[in-house]
Write a protein that binds this ligand. Structure first.
Ligand SMILES: [Cu+2]
Length: 109
């Protein structure tokens, strides 16, 4: 009987442990340099949070090539913009001030 109770406790604790562990949330960083994004392309899993971090000095922004949304324009070192990619697909961004030089493609799979 004691063995059965012990087994029940182990099963219950295992169930709790599995339930409590949060979903794995990946993060990726992108450098907003002068005048480039590094990397220029990245491939991430759905649900990944991508954080763009400014090197500072020259004004830049991170804007979807569709033109809607995105970051503010900043020249501050350490300025950040984060986006969690919750849908699969290919997402292109530019800096609208340097569109010829600053392009990045985020592939979400
Ligand atoms: Cu720029």
């Amino acid at each position: 009987m004691r063995k059965l109770v012990a087994l029940a406790v182990v099963v219950a604790l295992t169930a709790i442990a599995v339930t409590v562990v949060p979903a794995y949330a990946a993060t990726k960083n992108v450098t907003v340099g002068n005048n480039f994004f590094s990397p220029k392309s990245l491939s991430v899993k759905k649900g990944t949070k991508v954080t763009f971090k400014w090197k500072g000095g020259v004004p830049h922004n991170v804007t979807p090539s569709s033109g809607r949304g995105g970051s503010k324009t900043s020249r501050k070192k350490g300025f950040t913009y984060s986006k969690t990619f919750s849908k699969k697909g290919t997402f292109k961004y530019i800096c609208t001030i340097h569109p010829g030089q600053m392009k990045i493609t985020v592939k979400v799979h």
